[in-house]
Design a protein around this ligand. Structure first.
Ligand code: CP3
Length: 358
C-alpha cells in the first residue's frame, strides 16, 4: 500500500518537506454543513449515523467534497468505546451525550472490561474500510479515540460536566478506583486504535479534551502516563508506512515538553499557545497541529483569511526552531455548529495560497 496521492498531511507529521501547509479541521463533518444535517435526519439520530458504516462514510466525505482539505477524519465519536463497555450511550436533545449506567459503584468499576473492538465496535472498522475504498488513496484517513482520562470524565459523570465534581472527588478520595477505570480504558483504547489501523486508518489522534482541567501534578499521573502507554502500544508501521500519532490535550500548553517526550509524532495545540514558542520548546521532536480559535470563523471572510495567515506566520516558516516543516494547520478545537460554511472556504483557500512552497 503506497502513500496517498496527497500525502502532505503525513509528510508534515513526519517532518518531511511539504508542498504547502496541509489543513484539516476538528469536527469537519458536522452540523454546520446542511448536507450533514440531511444525512443525520435520514439516519434517525447521531448514534444511528455513527453505527451505519455507509452513512458514516457519506458524512466523512462531505467536507472533502466542499473544501480542499488534506485529510479525512473517520466519522464517529470518542464515546463509542464506553458504549461498547456496556454503559449505554445516548444523546438527549440539546443536552449532549449521556450514559444510562455511569460508573458509580465500586463493583461496577471492578467488573469493567475492555471490549473486543472487532466485535463490539465492528461498525467502526467497517466504516474505516468503506471510507478507505471511497477515498481511493486521494488523501489520508485519520482514526481517533478519546484519552482515558477524558473518557473517564464522561463515564463517571454520566455526561458533560461544568466542574467534573464526581470524577475529581474519585481522584482525590479513591485514586485506586480511578486508576482501575483508566487502566481498563487504556487497554480498550490501544486495542481500538490498533484495530482501526489494521482496518486502514493512516494516522491516529488521541483527544484529551479534559486533561487540561487537571491540577499540575495530577495531569501526569491521571492523563499523560496513560496516553504514553497508548502511544507505546500502537502499531507503528503498516505495509511499510509509518502510522503517525497526534496527542491533543486541550489546555495543555504548559506541558508541551512532557507531551513531546511520550513518543507521539505530533501535538495538537489549542489557540492559547503561541506556535513559535511551542516550536522553540519541543524542537524537532514532534510536529505541531493547530491552532486557529474556532470563533475566528464567525468574522468576515477577509478577517478569517487574515487570522489564518497570522497562525501560519506564528509557526514561522521553514527557518524557525527545530528546522523546516512540521506544521499541520487546524483549529484549536472543534468547529462550531453555527459556523458559516463559506467562511470555511475562505479559511482553507487562504491557508493553501499563503503557505504554498511550489
Ligand atoms: O472531527 C470529526 O469530524 C470526526 C468526528 C468526531 C465527532 N466527535 C463527531 C460528533 C470526533 C473526532 C469527535 C470527538 C469527540 N466527541 C470529543 C473530543 C473532541 C472535542 O470536541 O473535544 C468529545 C469530547 C466528544 C463527545 C461528544 N460528542 C460531545 C460532548 C458531543 C456533543 C457536543 C455537541 O457539539 O453537541 C458529541 C456529539 C457529536 N460528535 C457531534 C458530532 C458531529 C454532534 C452530534 C449531532 O450531530 O447532533
Amino acid at each position: 500500500m503506497s502513500r496517498p496521492q496527497n500525502d502532505n498531511f503525513l509528510r508534515a507529521l513526519l517532518r518531511e518537506p511539504v508542498d504547502y501547509t496541509p489543513a484539516w479541521l476538528m469536527r469537519q463533518a458536522g452540523r454546520y454543513l446542511p448536507e450533514y444535517c440531511e444525512t443525520r435526519r435520514r439516519a434517525g439520530s447521531f448514534l444511528d449515523l455513527c453505527k451505519n458504516p455507509s452513512l458514516a462514510c457519506e458524512v466523512t466525505l462531505q467536507p472533502l467534497a466542499r473544501y480542499d482539505l488534506d485529510a479525512a477524519i473517520l466519522f464517529s465519536d470518542i464515546l463509542t468505546v464506553p458504549d461498547a463497555m456496556g454503559l449505554g450511550l445516548y444523546f438527549a436533545e440539546g443536552e449532549g451525550p449521556k450514559f444510562e449506567r455511569p460508573l458509580r459503584d465500586e463493583w461496577e468499576i471492578r467488573d469493567l472490561e475492555a471490549p473486543d473492538p472487532n466485535v463490539h465496535l465492528r461498525y467502526v472498522m467497517d466504516a474505516v474500510a468503506e471510507i478507505r475504498r471511497a477515498l481511493n488513496n486521494s488523501v489520508p484517513l485519520i482514526g481517533f479515540s478519546g484519552s482515558p482520562f477524558t473518557l473517564a470524565c464522561y463515564m463517571v459523570e454520566g455526561g458533560s460536566s461544568d466542574d467534573f465534581r464526581r470524577v475529581k472527588t474519585m481522584l482525590y478520595d479513591r485514586p485506586d478506583l480511578l486508576h482501575r477505570i483508566l487502566e481498563v480504558t487504556t487497554r480498550a483504547v490501544v486495542d481500538y486504535l490498533n484495530a482501526q489501523i489494521e482496518s486502514g486508518v493512516q494516522a491516529v489522534m488521541i483527544f484529551d479534551t479534559w486533561g487540561g482541567t487537571l491540577a499540575h501534578r495530577a495531569y501526569r499521573e491521571f492523563s499523560l502516563d496513560y496516553m504514553r502507554r497508548i502511544v507505546e502500544g500502537l502499531i507503528k508501521t503498516r505495509d511499510g508506512e509509518r502510522i503517525p500519532s497526534i496527542v491533543f490535550t486541550k489546555g495543555g500548553g504548559q506541558w508541551l515538553e512532557s507531551i513531546a517526550a511520550i513518543g507521539c509524532d505530533g501535538i495538537g495545540l489549542d489557540w492559547t499557545t503561541d506556535l513559535f514558542d511551542a516550536r522553540r520548546r519541543v524542537g524537532d521532536r514532534v510536529a505541531l497541529q493547530g491552532n486557529l480559535d474556532p470563533m475566528a470563523l464567525f468574522a468576515s471572510p477577509e478577517a478569517v483569511a487574515a487570522e489564518a495567515k497570522r497562525v501560519l506566520d506564528s509557526f514561522g516558516g521553514d527557518d524557525g526552531p527545530g528546522g523546516p516543516g512540521g506544521h499541520v494547520f487546524n483549529l484549536g478545537h472543534g468547529i462550531s455548529q453555527f459556523t458559516p460554511p463559506d467562511n470555511v472556504s475562505a479559511l482553507v483557500e487562504a491557508v493553501r495560497q499563503y503557505s504554498r512552497r511550489v
